[in-house]
Design a protein around this ligand. Structure first.
Ligand code: ADP
Length: 516
């Protein structure tokens, strides 16, 4: 490395000797060439060494002249030209050393960045970063903690496996968000660290990882002896890049989670749309079937009445059937109309009035009891039952839907318990409940049975007719009153539906100035 500059030094010295010792020759300025050469090639030490040699080699020419002439201008010129190579070599070499160190730091940061952006788990990336930082900073130990004082932390150390102590300088930086510089970790009582009686101090530097949006962790460096300013600067650069990488990793994670959630939502929505589509198709065929059954009865009976001479008592029976089927058709059409009203977003029209719920329940219970002999309807009239402030027709339809479901979905017969009482859960409301001991509803379907077209598949009730609209209407009607509906059910045990509707008194209580 030094051969070139040394050979050049020798050549210049020979040339100076030939030129004539003792004369201030311009050739002496050539000493700067090997000096700068050595400085560029080897830095401050090499440049200084060759500069010193160049100065010393001039001595045989300069010193005798000084002795001869005394300290005149010529002697000073000789001394300056002796010192110049040393100064040049040292300064230029120093600059070379600095730019080399900067280059190395840049390279280390680039390598760090490359590793941090690899598509591997964050823990692995931080492990690599800790190793790399230790090597680049010449540190004995490096610790990397990602995560604040409260959230889950990822810890990476070099050498691997070092433990993190809350009372250490790192813990302090994580809590406070400020850098810490410790002169000797083994003797500083402020932070928990092994107190070792070693003459070599262990310098500690902890930097918060902060890219500008608050600390996201800390980088700790321990180095025996000293922590030169270049090492500190390198550590600061690394901390900044680590903070940026952590922020990026967090953003990527958040973005990935967001994308996953979005995908899940889109999949769920698509599935729901598919179900709805299928339900609508089924609905059309069920509606057609539901309409066809009473229509067939109407056609058959009217044909009989028109074409045959039917005895009066048989004709009366036929007419009663006809009336029943016509009522059935009327109910289906009413449900469909309500449905289209709900679907188009138009509010259900309610004519609120005081409704005697006990009377309403009693009439319906009698009606159902007369038609369904296998079921035992239990209803204890309560003279103190509160009056409702509701649409009589709507309450009637709610009740009919719930009681007819209780009957339909307990095909083996059994008890149907009906009750009405002021609600404890919802003050100002009356709770109407219909309880059956039928097939029940699996928990997985409970949240959906109030949706339109939803019917729960069950082999025991496969023959039961229905449009999957009744409960949707019950909910819509109850909500239109400011109330609601709830269900408790156990498969194989039975179900209890509870509807909440406003009590007459609550309306007056809520609207004290009302004249109603
Ligand atoms: P449907 O016309 O099918 O009876 P509903 O909207 O009234 O329509 O009910 C929706 C579904 O909820 C029914 O198909 C049935 O599976 C289930 N269901 C409703 N009431 C009961 C009940 N009392 N017991 C068991 N299942 C019920």
């Amino acid at each position: 490395m030094f051969i070139g500059p040394v050979v050049l030094l020798a050549a210049i010295t020979v040339a100076l000797a030939v030129d004539g010792a003792g004369q201030p020759s311009a050739l002496r300025h050539l000493y700067l060439i090997p000096t700068v050469w050595a400085a560029l090639a080897t830095g401050a030490r090499g440049g200084g060494l060759i500069g010193l040699l160049a100065g010393l080699l001039q001595a045989p020419f300069t010193l005798p002249a000084m002795e001869r002439l005394g300290l005149g201008a010529q002697s000073v010129d000789g001394l300056v030209s002796m010192a110049t190579p040393l100064a040049f070599g040292w300064v230029i070499g120093g600059l070379v050393d600095q730019s080399r160190a900067r280059g190395l730091r840049l390279q280390a940061v680039l390598d760090l960045q490359r590793n941090l952006s690899r598509d591997i788990p964050l823990q692995q990336r931080l492990d690599l970063a800790a190793e790399q930082a230790a090597a680049a900073l010449g540190a004995e130990r490096v610790g990397l903690v990602v995560g604040g004082a409260t959230d889950a932390r990822v810890i990476a150390t070099a050498p691997a496996g070092l433990r993190f102590n809350e009372q250490s300088a790192v813990g302090w930086t994580l809590r406070e968000g400020y850098p810490v510089s410790v002169h000797d970790l083994h003797r500083d009582a402020r932070f928990a660290s092994e107190q070792i009686d070693d003459p070599t101090p262990v310098r500690g530097l902890v930097l918060p990882l902060d890219s500008g949006s608050g600390p996201v962790g800390a980088l700790a460096v321990e180095r025996a002896g000293g922590l030169p300013s270049t090492t500190r600067a390198a550590a600061r650069e690394m901390a900044l890049h680590l903070a940026l990488a952590v922020e990026k990793a967090r953003l990527t994670l958040r973005q990935r989670r967001f994308t996953e959630e979005l995908e899940e939502k889109v999949t769920a929505a698509t599935e729901r749309l598919r179900e709805l589509d299928q339900a609508k198709t089924e609905f059309v065929s069920v509606v057609a079937h539901e309409l066809r059954t009473p229509l067939t009865a109407l056609q058959g009976f009217t044909e009989l009445l028109l074409t045959r001479a039917v005895p009066p008592e048989r004709a009366a029976r036929f007419l009663s059937h006809l009336h029943g089927e016509a009522e059935r058709l009327g109910r289906i059409v009413a449900e469909l109309l309500d449905l289209s009203r709900i679907e188009s977003g138009r509010p259900l029209e309610l004519r609120r009035e005081p409704v005697d719920v006990a009377d309403l329940l009693e009439r319906n219970v009698e009606l159902f009891a007369a038609q369904h002999r296998r079921h035992r309807f239990e209803w204890t009239p309560d003279p103190g039952a509160p009056m409702l402030h509701a649409d009589r027709d709507a309450v009637e339809r709610i009740l009919k839907n719930l009681i007819s479901n209780a009957v339909k979905y307990s095909p083996g017969g059994g008890r149907v318990v009906i009750a009405a009482a002021p609600s404890d859960e919802r003050p100002g409301m009356v709770e109407l409940s219909v309880e059956d001991y039928g097939v029940g509803i699996p928990a997985s379907h409970l949240s959906r049975i109030f949706d339109k077209y939803v019917r729960v598949p069950n082999p025991e009730t496969a023959a039961v007719r229905g449009l999957g609209l009744g409960l949707a209407l019950v909910r819509a009607l109850a909500e239109a009153h400011g109330g609601g509906v709830e269900v408790d059910s156990l498969p194989g045990k039975g179900s209890t539906f509870r509807v909440f509707l406003p009590a007459q008194s609550s309306v007056l209580a809520n609207f004290p100035n009302s004249s109603a």
